[in-house]
Design a protein around this ligand. Structure first.
Ligand SMILES: Cc1ncc(COP(=O)(O)O)c(C=O)c1O
Length: 384
């Protein structure tokens, strides 16, 4: 079977079709489905891009591994923010969004017949990229009773001599779970023993709603001793999903291999965008970030009390801009989400969209206007 034919079906297509039909019928749909920030990129960054675009030097092919200015800014940022030393020349790689990096990582090490450990529930790209590289995704469950964090022993049991990669994602989409240093160290021991590469998809690392200061996986695990890599993204952090800019940091061999794959696939990120990204990581980082996060904290306060008032159980989290809640007893995730749309004109995402481990849960994204979130809260208050 050709590899694209091995990909699983797109799980949101039924919901998308129902949403579009409801919209076309003129119903007042409130969409809390997709995790795509509603607000614009902070103005200083937009203005910096306008200025950078005017310089013709940036109109040519970008530097393949990323502009020197951005790789240096990343190294400075990793040091100041997380206390992690990285070499900008060999341990940093600029990506066209973290999805691109995740998508290409299996090509660095997966052969036909190899396998990759992927979270169930999780962002579907880990498994899809594995399949496209010829590998077999081996899902491990994230369970609520363990705070949606896998047990090291379970990962070790699942791995064998053909396991090449372990994908993790903390702070976690969709649950909002956060991993601590001890978790990272335990998982890194498994990666060492099983001789596989551990990847943290850190797209939400800086998306915290209580102002807390997150820790990089690399602060707990030494990327010079262990084959680990972390993918950071500007998308959710600075309302920059459309810009397509992210970076990988970690073990030089892993970063180097990913760079070699990319050399055959793409020609990097538009240089002015990289210059703006470098600026975003500079002295204004905290102010810019605080401005982006403030609305999410406000919106969470609007919706969570409304959900709890009518008896929904919400997973306690202050990370990511998602709310992860249980569907009412006796209902499946997809039935519940279909009913939310049919009866309340609300689009929310069924937990099963992220894997079978999401059964019994649904996800609300706080990336809609305050008025929409307030409307959704009112509609949930009337839930029967
Ligand atoms: C868990 C997770 N990782 C990665 C991405 C991709 O982000 P980007 O490619 O915009 O950096 C997303 C986007 O929704 C995500 O939810």
């Amino acid at each position: 079977m050709a590899r694209p034919d091995r990909l699983p079906p797109y799980l949101f297509s039924a919901i998308d079709a129902a949403k579009n039909a409801a919209r076309a019928a003129g119903r007042p749909i409130v969409d809390l489905g997709v995790g795509d920030p509603d607000l614009p990129t902070p103005r200083p960054l937009v203005e910096a891009l306008a200025a950078a675009v005017a310089d013709p030097a940036g109109h040519r092919y970008p530097a393949q591994r990323g502009a020197e200015i951005l790789r240096s800014a990343v190294a400075d940022f990793m040091g100041k923010r997380y206390g992690v030393t990285v070499d900008p020349a060999t341990e940093v790689l600029v990506l066209i969004g973290s999805k691109e990096g995740l998508g290409h990582l299996p090509l660095t090490c997966v052969e036909e017949g190899d396998n990759v450990l992927v979270p169930d529930l999780g962002y579907p790209v880990y498994g899809q990229a594995t399949i496209l590289a010829g590998g077999e995704p081996r899902p491990f469950k994230l369970r609520e009773e363990r705070g949606f964090l896998p047990e090291a022993a379970e990962l070790s049991d699942l791995a064998d001599e053909r396991t090449r990669l372990l994908f993790l994602n903390y702070p976690n989409n969709p649950t909002g779970a956060v991993a601590e240093a001890d978790h990272w160290r335990a998982w890194a021991r498994v990666a060492q023993e099983r001789n596989l590469v551990m990847v943290n998809d850190a797209a939400y690392l800086e998306v915290t709603l209580d102002g807390s200061r997150p820790a990089s996986m690399l602060a707990a695990v030494d990327h010079r001793a262990d084959r680990v890599v972390e993918l950071h993204s500007f998308s959710k952090l600075f309302n920059m999903t459309g810009w397509r800019i992210a970076f990988a940091v970690g073990h030089a061999d892993v970063v180097g291999a990913l760079g070699r794959v990319k050399e055959s696939m793409d020609s990097g990120v538009f240089t002015p965008i990289q210059e703006v990204a470098a600026k975003a990581l500079g002295p204004d980082f905290d102010d810019l970030r605080a401005g982006v996060m403030a609305p999410y904290a406000r919106r969470r306060e609007m919706i969570v009390p409304a959900l709890e008032e009518v008896g929904f159980e919400v997973f306690p989290s202050r990370a990511t801009f998602y709310v992860w809640a249980r569907v009412p007893v006796g209902e499946t995730s997809t039935d519940f989400c279909a009913r939310a749309l049919a009866e309340c004109d609300l689009v929310v995402t069924p937990g099963t969209g992220f894997g079978t481990g999401g059964e019994g849960w649904f996800r609300i994204s706080l990336t809609a206007a305050d008025e929409d979130v307030a409307t959704a809260a009112e509609r949930f208050r009337g839930w029967r």
